[in-house]
Ligand binder design. Structure first.
Ligand code: GLC
Ligand code: CA
Length: 579
């Protein structure tokens, strides 16, 4: 069935770094409101805002101390309501971040649990006795160290998959679940369009917390491995949806790592737990065995294969949300493009691929101007809890300070969190005060104001790309059209068709009556067909054209040509309508 979000373009705002309206160095809600016109002009329909709830900010707002309050750093509830109203005026939907695997240790529930271990709030969390002076199990948290934190003066520990300031909520407790459902419905009643749902796969626990085989010299095992072995999250997710989102036709996008492959239909199928989940298949390619320090660089062929396979699998079932970066990842331009391609042409090429894949495109703030990783001169410049941990892991593994700095600089989450580059003025025009995090020194070259003035800038290209995707003529093919890879035999080419079959209606296609993996298929009887092709190589490439070109829809370089053959300059990309 067609849904209201299928044909939308979404944009993630990391509020702390978006725009500071009152000069305290921290982005805020009034800052977002003042940029709504900018986002409307870009063609954005849905805005996902990273957490703006009250929080001690140990993990930048992903540690919530009050689900019903706006963090004063960002503004007030009135500001938020104004944002909702102003967005609505422009036809923009607002989606909040939903962090419900854990809360902050400063949340009232946790404080009450600590104060009264026998009371009802203790059962909102996981408290367990230690084993012979050791924690209850040997799990390593995502941010380093044991998942178990001792409760002073007792033999008890509490469980946290992330930082110790982020105690996990006990989803086996129906009372706790009901409190979460009430909270979600309270926000939806306010007029939210939905949620991005944080770390949600973690809510299901094996409450016996069995020890597993250690995978490191610390004698611990990564919590990733534990989640892989845990079953039964589906029932919880179903219950969550039925009690909340389903009643409001809300849009939900899950942050799901470690799903069991066969669960895809259950997660994003016709009646799935979520509207969509992010596609992290390309991002997972740079997972190190032991941490960021031994993470491999991206290899073009592996990257292409990961995306192609994911597209072919997902279209049988539903829609994923496509990203090149977010607030947890380094900048896509610095990660997925070879060094020679980290320029305007390459940036446009990467954007073309990401935005025209099948799925719901999510841009991350600054992507539309091609923001890049920052240069980090010292580990002192980092704020992010995870980067700091990975830096220690790297040094503990024997890397020198310089090596550890370089390795972690590649993958640091702070790369995405540096202030948005609005202009060439002081602090990139982000704030009148002192920014909370370093500004990327390249802001005089890469900024919104400059790109608004240059006709062939990355920003203008992104606008065209989004406009094309949403245009009356091509909306259907880019939303519901099938994906078929093309030119896979070519070394440096990433290319695919998007097409609509003659017989099928859009709604049939949207639910994916598409069962076999169809490799290199050349649609014979399509009623609309588009070829998207990109040359990730340094040198020009000439490719045989397997279809007659009706119209060039987009091209990022004047050297590109589509005639008898397709000629793509190095870092060239074209979008062609085929006969
Ligand atoms: C998600 C968030 C990340 C956060 C973590 C814990 O992965 O995207 O920023 O640190 O969950 O809430
Ligand atoms: Ca501010």
């Amino acid at each position: 069935m067609n849904k209201w979000w299928h044909d939308k373009a979404a944009y993630q705002i990391y509020p702390k770094s978006f725009y500071d309206a009152n000069g305290d160095g921290i982005g805020d809600l009034q800052g977002i409101i003042s940029k709504l016109d900018y986002l409307e002009e870009l063609g954005i329909d849905i805005i996902w805002i990273s957490p703006i709830y009250k929080s001690p900010f140990v993990d930048q707002g992903y540690d919530i101390s009050d689900y019903y309050e706006i963090a004063p750093e960002f503004g007030t509830m009135e500001d938020f309501e104004e944002l909702l109203a102003q967005a609505k005026k422009r036809g923009i939907y607002i989606v909040m971040d939903l962090v419900i695997n854990h809360c902050s240790d400063q949340h009232e529930w946790f404080q009450k649990a600590l104060a009264d271990p026998e009371g009802e709030y203790a059962d909102y969390f996981y408290f367990r006795a230690g084993k012979n002076g050791n924690p209850p199990s040997n799990y390593r948290s995502y941010f380093g160290g044991s998942c178990w934190e001792p409760v002073p003066g007792t033999d008890q520990y509490y469980f946290h998959a992330f930082a110790k300031e982020q105690p996990d909520l006990n989803w086996e407790n129906p009372k706790m679940r009901q409190e979460i459902y009430d909270m979600i419905n309270w926000w939806l009643e306010k007029g939210l369009a939905g949620f991005r749902i944080d770390a949600i796969i973690n809510i299901k626990k094996d409450i016996n917390f069995p020890d597993l085989e250690p995978d490191g010299p610390d004698g611990l095992v990564s919590y990733f491995r534990v989640v892989e072995q845990t079953r039964g999250v589906g029932q919880l997710l179903k219950d969550l949806k039925n009690n909340t989102f389903a009643k409001y036709d809300a849009f939900t996008v899950g942050e799901v790592f470690n799903m069991h492959e066969e669960e895809l239909p259950e997660f994003i199928g016709e009646d799935g737990h979520f509207s969509t989940i992010f596609d992290f298949s390309a991002h997972c390619l740079s997972e190190g065995e032991h941490g960021w320090y031994d993470a491999p660089d991206i290899d073009f062929k592996e990257w292409r294969e990961a995306i192609v396979n994911s597209q072919l699998e997902v279209q049988k079932v539903g829609f994923k949300a496509n990203i090149i970066e977010n607030h947890d990842e380094p900048r896509g331009v610095s990660r997925f493009l070879p060094e020679y391609a980290r320029n305007e042409a390459g940036t446009k090429m990467l954007g073309t691929i990401s935005l025209l894949l099948r799925g719901i495109p999510f841009l991350y703030q600054g992507q539309e101007i091609g923001m890049q990783n920052c240069v980090w001169d010292s580990s002192e410049e980092w704020d992010d809890i995870s980067t700091k941990d990975q830096y220690q892991v790297a040094k503990a593994a024997g890397l020198s300070e310089k090596e550890a700095l370089d390795k972690c600089a590649r993958l640091s989450r702070d790369n995405a969190r540096t202030p948005m580059q609005w202009s060439g003025e002081r602090c990139a025009g982000f704030t009148q005060g002192t920014p909370w995090l370093k500004v990327n020194p390249n802001y005089s070259k890469i900024n919104v104001e400059k790109q608004q003035q240059e006709e062939d800038s990355v920003l203008h290209y992104y606008k065209k790309l989004i406009a094309l995707r949403k245009s009356e003529e091509f909306k259907e093919v880019f939303t519901y059209g099938r994906f078929a890879p093309a030119y896979e035999e070519q070394e440096n080419i990433m290319a695919f068709y998007r097409y609509l079959d003659k017989e099928e209606t859009a709604s049939e296609e949207s639910v994916g009556v598409f069962h076999k993996r169809q490799e290199n298929q050349e649609p014979a009887s399509s009623r609309k067909r588009v070829l998207v092709a990109a040359n990730f190589g340094k040198d020009a490439a000439e490719l045989p054209l397997k279809c007659k070109v009706k119209k060039v829809l987009l091209s990022n370089l004047p050297e590109n040509q589509a005639g008898e053959t397709l000629v793509l300059a190095g870092c060239g990309t074209m979008v062609l309508e085929c006969e």
